[in-house]
Design a protein around this ligand. Structure first.
Ligand code: 8X3
Length: 250
Protein backbone atom coordinates (compact mmCIF):
# COMPACT_ATOMS: atom_id res chain seq x y z
CA UNK A 1 0.00 0.00 0.00
CA UNK A 2 1.03 3.62 -0.54
CA UNK A 3 0.40 5.72 2.54
CA UNK A 4 0.69 9.51 2.55
CA UNK A 5 1.41 10.85 6.03
CA UNK A 6 1.47 14.52 6.91
CA UNK A 7 3.62 15.58 9.85
CA UNK A 8 5.83 12.60 9.05
CA UNK A 9 9.07 14.10 10.37
CA UNK A 10 8.33 13.47 14.06
CA UNK A 11 5.92 12.00 16.59
CA UNK A 12 3.02 9.82 15.44
CA UNK A 13 3.85 10.36 11.78
CA UNK A 14 7.43 9.20 12.14
CA UNK A 15 6.44 6.22 14.30
CA UNK A 16 3.88 5.18 11.70
CA UNK A 17 6.33 5.60 8.80
CA UNK A 18 8.80 3.29 10.57
CA UNK A 19 6.14 0.63 11.11
CA UNK A 20 4.69 0.82 7.60
CA UNK A 21 8.02 0.52 5.82
CA UNK A 22 8.98 -2.40 8.09
CA UNK A 23 5.74 -4.11 7.00
CA UNK A 24 6.42 -3.70 3.28
CA UNK A 25 4.32 -0.59 2.57
CA UNK A 26 5.46 2.57 0.81
CA UNK A 27 5.24 5.93 2.55
CA UNK A 28 4.97 9.41 1.11
CA UNK A 29 6.30 11.28 4.12
CA UNK A 30 5.23 14.92 4.09
CA UNK A 31 6.32 17.73 6.39
CA UNK A 32 7.67 21.25 6.23
CA UNK A 33 11.13 20.17 7.42
CA UNK A 34 12.67 18.36 4.46
CA UNK A 35 15.98 17.90 6.30
CA UNK A 36 14.26 15.80 8.98
CA UNK A 37 12.47 13.75 6.33
CA UNK A 38 15.73 13.18 4.47
CA UNK A 39 17.31 11.90 7.70
CA UNK A 40 14.41 9.48 8.08
CA UNK A 41 14.78 8.37 4.46
CA UNK A 42 18.37 7.39 5.21
CA UNK A 43 17.18 4.82 7.74
CA UNK A 44 13.92 3.76 6.08
CA UNK A 45 15.28 3.42 2.53
CA UNK A 46 13.56 3.69 -0.85
CA UNK A 47 10.12 2.81 0.52
CA UNK A 48 10.06 6.23 2.18
CA UNK A 49 9.65 9.22 -0.11
CA UNK A 50 10.38 12.56 1.59
CA UNK A 51 8.14 15.36 0.32
CA UNK A 52 8.27 18.98 1.48
CA UNK A 53 4.71 20.08 2.16
CA UNK A 54 3.16 22.84 4.24
CA UNK A 55 -0.49 21.83 4.46
CA UNK A 56 -1.44 25.37 5.40
CA UNK A 57 -0.32 26.42 1.91
CA UNK A 58 -3.40 24.91 0.29
CA UNK A 59 -2.63 26.30 -3.16
CA UNK A 60 0.64 24.31 -3.33
CA UNK A 61 -0.93 20.90 -2.66
CA UNK A 62 -2.28 19.86 -6.12
CA UNK A 63 1.11 20.47 -7.77
CA UNK A 64 2.98 18.56 -5.05
CA UNK A 65 0.69 15.56 -5.60
CA UNK A 66 0.99 15.85 -9.41
CA UNK A 67 4.80 15.78 -9.06
CA UNK A 68 4.90 12.51 -7.10
CA UNK A 69 7.14 10.02 -8.90
CA UNK A 70 5.98 6.81 -10.55
CA UNK A 71 5.14 4.21 -7.97
CA UNK A 72 4.03 6.79 -5.43
CA UNK A 73 1.24 8.52 -7.36
CA UNK A 74 -1.60 6.35 -6.13
CA UNK A 75 -2.48 7.21 -2.55
CA UNK A 76 -4.18 4.23 -0.94
CA UNK A 77 -4.21 5.70 2.55
CA UNK A 78 -4.11 9.35 3.60
CA UNK A 79 -3.11 9.99 7.20
CA UNK A 80 -3.92 13.60 8.08
CA UNK A 81 -1.59 13.78 11.05
CA UNK A 82 -0.16 17.31 10.76
CA UNK A 83 -1.64 19.51 13.43
CA UNK A 84 -0.72 21.56 16.44
CA UNK A 85 -1.90 23.17 19.65
CA UNK A 86 -0.66 26.65 20.51
CA UNK A 87 -1.18 28.07 23.96
CA UNK A 88 -2.97 27.02 27.14
CA UNK A 89 -4.35 30.40 28.15
CA UNK A 90 -8.07 30.97 28.55
CA UNK A 91 -9.80 32.39 25.47
CA UNK A 92 -9.82 35.93 26.83
CA UNK A 93 -6.02 35.94 27.14
CA UNK A 94 -5.18 33.97 24.00
CA UNK A 95 -3.13 35.17 21.08
CA UNK A 96 -5.22 35.59 17.93
CA UNK A 97 -2.25 34.59 15.75
CA UNK A 98 -2.16 31.24 17.60
CA UNK A 99 -5.84 30.71 16.94
CA UNK A 100 -5.43 31.51 13.25
CA UNK A 101 -2.40 29.24 12.89
CA UNK A 102 -4.20 26.27 14.50
CA UNK A 103 -7.15 26.84 12.21
CA UNK A 104 -4.91 27.10 9.13
CA UNK A 105 -3.15 23.79 9.83
CA UNK A 106 -5.66 21.66 11.73
CA UNK A 107 -8.71 22.64 9.70
CA UNK A 108 -7.86 24.32 6.41
CA UNK A 109 -4.74 22.25 5.70
CA UNK A 110 -6.50 19.00 6.50
CA UNK A 111 -9.49 19.72 4.29
CA UNK A 112 -7.33 21.01 1.42
CA UNK A 113 -5.30 17.82 1.25
CA UNK A 114 -8.36 15.61 1.67
CA UNK A 115 -10.12 17.52 -1.10
CA UNK A 116 -7.16 16.87 -3.40
CA UNK A 117 -6.82 13.15 -2.60
CA UNK A 118 -10.39 11.90 -2.15
CA UNK A 119 -11.73 11.96 -5.76
CA UNK A 120 -9.14 9.39 -6.95
CA UNK A 121 -10.05 7.10 -4.04
CA UNK A 122 -13.72 7.27 -4.99
CA UNK A 123 -12.81 6.70 -8.63
CA UNK A 124 -10.94 3.51 -7.66
CA UNK A 125 -13.64 2.62 -5.12
CA UNK A 126 -10.90 1.96 -2.61
CA UNK A 127 -8.98 4.02 -0.09
CA UNK A 128 -8.75 5.13 3.49
CA UNK A 129 -8.59 8.56 5.13
CA UNK A 130 -7.40 8.60 8.72
CA UNK A 131 -7.68 11.92 10.50
CA UNK A 132 -5.75 12.47 13.69
CA UNK A 133 -8.23 14.19 15.92
CA UNK A 134 -8.01 14.46 19.68
CA UNK A 135 -9.96 13.86 22.85
CA UNK A 136 -10.01 17.67 22.91
CA UNK A 137 -12.54 17.49 20.08
CA UNK A 138 -15.06 15.90 22.43
CA UNK A 139 -14.12 16.97 25.94
CA UNK A 140 -13.79 20.65 26.86
CA UNK A 141 -10.97 21.65 29.20
CA UNK A 142 -9.42 24.86 30.47
CA UNK A 143 -7.29 26.47 27.75
CA UNK A 144 -8.50 24.06 25.07
CA UNK A 145 -10.60 26.73 23.36
CA UNK A 146 -9.63 26.89 19.66
CA UNK A 147 -7.46 23.76 19.69
CA UNK A 148 -10.41 21.67 20.89
CA UNK A 149 -12.68 23.41 18.42
CA UNK A 150 -10.42 22.52 15.50
CA UNK A 151 -10.43 18.89 16.62
CA UNK A 152 -14.22 18.94 16.97
CA UNK A 153 -14.24 20.10 13.36
CA UNK A 154 -11.97 17.20 12.38
CA UNK A 155 -14.26 14.74 14.15
CA UNK A 156 -17.44 15.96 12.46
CA UNK A 157 -15.69 16.31 9.10
CA UNK A 158 -14.60 12.67 9.40
CA UNK A 159 -18.14 11.50 10.16
CA UNK A 160 -19.60 13.62 7.38
CA UNK A 161 -17.04 12.25 4.93
CA UNK A 162 -18.22 8.73 5.70
CA UNK A 163 -21.79 9.84 5.11
CA UNK A 164 -20.81 11.18 1.68
CA UNK A 165 -18.94 7.96 0.92
CA UNK A 166 -22.01 5.79 1.37
CA UNK A 167 -21.94 3.07 -1.26
CA UNK A 168 -18.18 3.31 -1.82
CA UNK A 169 -15.46 1.17 -0.26
CA UNK A 170 -13.54 4.25 0.93
CA UNK A 171 -13.01 4.22 4.68
CA UNK A 172 -12.64 7.10 7.14
CA UNK A 173 -11.52 7.07 10.77
CA UNK A 174 -11.12 9.82 13.32
CA UNK A 175 -8.41 8.73 15.75
CA UNK A 176 -8.74 10.67 19.01
CA UNK A 177 -5.67 10.34 21.26
CA UNK A 178 -5.47 11.78 24.74
CA UNK A 179 -2.23 12.47 26.61
CA UNK A 180 0.86 11.32 24.67
CA UNK A 181 4.43 12.07 25.73
CA UNK A 182 7.62 11.98 23.70
CA UNK A 183 6.40 14.02 20.76
CA UNK A 184 6.83 17.71 19.96
CA UNK A 185 3.19 18.43 20.80
CA UNK A 186 3.62 19.92 24.25
CA UNK A 187 6.77 21.88 23.41
CA UNK A 188 4.95 23.53 20.53
CA UNK A 189 1.90 24.20 22.70
CA UNK A 190 4.05 25.92 25.32
CA UNK A 191 5.92 27.90 22.66
CA UNK A 192 9.20 26.12 23.38
CA UNK A 193 9.07 26.29 27.20
CA UNK A 194 10.48 22.80 27.79
CA UNK A 195 9.99 22.92 31.56
CA UNK A 196 6.26 23.69 31.33
CA UNK A 197 5.89 21.20 28.49
CA UNK A 198 7.44 18.41 30.56
CA UNK A 199 5.05 19.01 33.49
CA UNK A 200 2.17 17.76 31.33
CA UNK A 201 3.60 14.24 31.62
CA UNK A 202 4.99 14.37 35.11
CA UNK A 203 4.21 11.63 37.60
CA UNK A 204 2.18 9.11 35.64
CA UNK A 205 2.54 6.54 32.90
CA UNK A 206 1.26 8.00 29.67
CA UNK A 207 1.10 6.92 26.04
CA UNK A 208 3.93 7.41 23.55
CA UNK A 209 4.11 8.23 19.86
CA UNK A 210 5.04 4.58 19.34
CA UNK A 211 1.77 3.47 20.97
CA UNK A 212 -0.14 5.68 18.54
CA UNK A 213 2.00 4.43 15.63
CA UNK A 214 0.96 0.88 16.55
CA UNK A 215 -2.72 1.84 16.60
CA UNK A 216 -2.46 3.62 13.25
CA UNK A 217 -0.74 0.59 11.72
CA UNK A 218 -3.47 -1.68 13.10
CA UNK A 219 -6.15 0.57 11.55
CA UNK A 220 -4.40 0.59 8.16
CA UNK A 221 -3.96 -3.18 8.11
CA UNK A 222 -7.47 -3.90 9.40
CA UNK A 223 -9.88 -5.77 7.08
CA UNK A 224 -11.10 -3.55 4.23
CA UNK A 225 -14.77 -4.22 4.95
CA UNK A 226 -14.60 -2.74 8.47
CA UNK A 227 -14.81 1.00 9.15
CA UNK A 228 -13.67 2.26 12.52
CA UNK A 229 -15.61 5.52 12.67
CA UNK A 230 -13.98 6.97 15.76
CA UNK A 231 -11.34 5.64 18.09
CA UNK A 232 -10.71 7.47 21.37
CA UNK A 233 -7.62 6.38 23.32
CA UNK A 234 -6.21 7.61 26.61
CA UNK A 235 -3.63 6.40 29.08
CA UNK A 236 -5.30 4.65 32.03
CA UNK A 237 -4.11 7.55 34.20
CA UNK A 238 -6.34 9.97 32.27
CA UNK A 239 -10.12 9.97 32.51
CA UNK A 240 -13.25 12.11 32.75
CA UNK A 241 -13.70 14.30 35.76
CA UNK A 242 -17.21 15.65 35.44
CA UNK A 243 -18.45 19.19 35.33
CA UNK A 244 -17.46 22.00 37.67
CA UNK A 245 -19.53 24.37 39.78
CA UNK A 246 -18.29 27.69 41.12
CA UNK A 247 -19.88 28.66 44.42
CA UNK A 248 -21.40 32.13 44.60
CA UNK A 249 -19.04 34.46 46.50
CA UNK A 250 -20.66 37.88 45.93
C1 8X3 B 1 -3.91 16.38 22.63
C2 8X3 B 1 -4.41 15.59 23.75
O1 8X3 B 1 -4.98 15.57 26.22
O2 8X3 B 1 -3.78 17.52 25.37
O3 8X3 B 1 -4.65 16.26 21.51
O4 8X3 B 1 -6.07 17.24 24.78
S1 8X3 B 1 -4.82 16.53 25.07
Amino acid sequence: MNVLITGASAGFGKALAERLTANGHRVIGCARRLDKLNELAETLGDAFLPVAMDVSDAASIPQILADLPTGFQQIDVLVNNAGLALGTEPAYKSDLDDWMRMTDVNVKGLIALTHAVLPAMVERDSGYVINVGSIAGSWPYFGGNVYGATKAFVKQFSLNLRADLLGTQVRVTNLEPGNVAGTEFSNVRYHGDAEEAAKVYDGFKTMTGENIGDILLWLIESPAHINVNRLEVMPVAQTYNGLTITKQTK
